[in-house]
Design a binder for this molecule. Structure first.
Ligand SMILES: [Fe+2]
Length: 345
């Protein structure tokens, strides 16, 4: 009895604001000016023109440059709304409740919340994802890849011009145990189209030799993570490369700006594997600045569970993001039963 109760608790979707699910979605035909469809998501509407995404909701409106919006939307889609909050900018974003998602305007912005002008609606994840996928497909033009570094892709501006579904439907790497194990995600190679990035030409490409005791072929393995990352064709896309219970190693390559301000709902470790990233760290709820952290190769930091962060990387760099994937953590933190920092002295 006790076990079944605790199992039920583990999968229960938390709803701290007590919001009802909204299920109205609509797609409006392409306009005859710039040729893009508009999207209705609950009481939000999304419209794009040559340079901007325009978002409206009852009592408010907001606009983002379309490159900023598409890069952020791409991460939200590819990450499945990720952990915690994905702030597209200081006004618009999503918060993941793992099965359900809140879409908000101003909910993590002190000026909006203190004036009572924030607006939040809640959706089933799969229904919202369908709408977001359709939006990024219609709004991404031929030759533009919202996953790529700006110097490695074309421009998103202008009237509707073709599509790039190959880029916007990429599957995020999610290893079941570890990259390179039999039956799991393979290492990358020229033959598979993953060539060494222009900024990682100096990274050795040799692979470790592993001599396995007979009978342990499925248990013992190793691969060159630096070589693997040097062949990443995307930026700011933490991908699960090894899994031990709830411990997820999610390395990624970073160039230009993290397209979102990620609002953590748990502690998140960063290990800088190469080069340098500068992190702007702000309060998760209000957006007030808290710290600027410069991480160079070999540096380790832990982002607390109550902050948001955005990184800047001039030269393409390698970052290991270490996540605790336990579904229990956000509620434990909300209830004050788990700390927002990993260590106290
Ligand atoms: Fe984060």
């Amino acid at each position: 009895m006790a076990m079944s109760e605790s199992a039920a608790t583990a999968v229960e979707i938390s709803n701290p604001r007590g919001l009802a699910i909204t299920s109205n979605f609509d797609v409006r035909p392409a306009d005859n000016v710039d040729g893009y469809k508009s999207f209705v998501v609950g009481e939000f509407t999304f419209r794009r023109d040559s340079y901007f995404c325009h978002i409206t909701w009852p009592g408010g409106r907001h606009q983002l440059a379309i490159d900023v919006f598409l890069r952020a939307l791409m991460r939200d889609v590819a990450w499945g709304f990720f952990y915690g909050t994905v702030n597209f900018d200081t006004v618009f974003g999503t918060t993941n409740y793992y099965g359900e998602v809140e879409v908000f305007a101003g909910a993590t912005n002190d000026a909006y919340t203190s004036a009572g002008r924030d607006f939040i609606q809640r959706f089933k994840s799969d229904e919202l994802m369908k709408s977001f996928r359709e939006m990024i497909s219609d709004w991404t033009n031929e030759g533009y890849d919202p996953f790529a570094a700006p110097m490695e892709t074309g421009a998103p501006w202008g009237a509707k011009n073709g599509e790039n579904d190959t880029a916007v439907t990429r599957q995020r790497v999610t290893a079941k145990r570890m990259v390179s194990l039999p039956g799991d995600t393979p290492i990358r190679s020229d033959e598979d189209g993953f060539t060494v990035n222009r900024m990682f030409q100096d990274v050795p490409q040799d692979e470790p030799e592993v001599h396995v005791e007979p009978g342990f072929e499925h248990e013992v393995s190793a691969f060159n993570l630096y070589a693997y990352l040097s062949r990443s064709d995307v930026t700011w896309n933490p991908s699960v490369c090894s899994v031990v219970k709830d411990s997820l190693f999610c390395p990624t390559t970073e160039e230009f700006i993290l397209p979102v301000e990620h609002g953590n709902d748990r502690c998140e470790w960063f290990i800088q594997l190469s080069d340098e990233i500068i992190w702007d760290v702000k309060d998760g709820s209000t957006g007030k600045p808290r710290a600027v952290v410069t991480m160079r190769s070999g540096d380790v930091s832990c982002m607390p569970a109550d902050i948001r962060h955005q990184g800047y990387s001039n030269k393409r760099s390698m970052l290991l993001v270490w996540e605790n994937g336990s579904p229990k953590i956000p509620d434990l933190i909300r209830a004050g039963k788990a700390p927002v920092v990993p260590v106290s002295w």
